[in-house]
Design a protein around this ligand. Structure first.
Ligand code: SF4
Length: 226
């Protein structure tokens, strides 16, 4: 199999995964019940593969799809406020062809960035159980292997930061602590930590637009040095 076939095979396995019974039940229930403002839409209701440039030097790891965002639209960071923040910043720093992420057919093209997540199914209250993170980790590990050119790993939120370290750099995980804007040099990659651009963080002012774009400025400088 060449690399694009491996991606195709991986994404097929992700989309048909039913390993976490709690998440399968929740994602499908949400897709049936919907929410009033999207009641005329067909929800995706399945796990989400990553998306973006398979030759990316920047890999972004989020937490999991939102119940009425990715779980509705079929693409991570699409159709919700976290996606609005992420794609607007990517556009501002030259990684996407437009500033919005609304639907699978919106024409969004990412350049030099690939977006993925710790969990592929929307979890209740946006919280994954440890067992669910463990169940889903093999998919992230395969993506990391396929995106061998990644030089910067940007983790959104503490769960993504800790999960990435636990999976890939067990010893470093004991030393490095999560904090917004922190940067750590690891073997072959730089790990950058940011608060997740969830509504909970952006609406409370825990994460401001200035704090958010500083992270992307740092990433841009790191990649420009490559
Ligand atoms: S979270 Fe991951 S492992 Fe669990 S059901 Fe969804 S795709 Fe499968």
């Amino acid at each position: 199999m060449d690399r694009s076939e491996k991606f195709g095979d991986l994404n097929q396995r992700i989309q048909s995964c039913r390993r976490c019974s709690r998440l399968v039940e929740y994602r499908e229930k949400i897709a049936l019940e919907k929410v009033r403002r999207f009641s005329d839409q067909e929800y995706w209701g399945k796990p989400l593969p990553g998306f973006g440039d398979q030759n990316a030097r920047l890999l972004i790891i989020g937490l999991a799809p939102a119940a009425h965002g990715g779980n509705r639209t079929g693409r991570m960071f699409t159709g919700d406020s976290s996606g609005d923040w992420l794609i607007k910043a990517l556009y501002q720093f030259g990684y996407s062809n437009h500033p919005n992420s609304e639907s699978l057919d919106d024409g969004l093209v990412l350049n030099d960035v690939y977006i993925t997540a710790v969990g592929r199914c929307a979890p209740p209250a946006n919280k994954l159980l440890r067992t669910e993170i463990a169940n889903c980790s093999e998919y992230l590990l395969e993506e990391l292997e396929l995106i061998a050119g990644a030089r910067v790993i940007l983790t959104l939120g503490k769960v993504a930061f800790d999960s990435y370290l636990r999976m890939n750099h067990k010893n470093a995980g004991k030393v490095f602590k999560f904090s917004h804007g922190a940067r750590h040099n690891l073997e072959n990659v730089t790990l950058v930590a940011s608060y997740h651009p969830s509504r909970q963080n952006t609406q409370t002012g825990r994460l401001t637009w200035v704090m958010w774009t500083r992270v992307f400025e740092m990433v841009r400088i790191l990649l420009d040095k490559e």
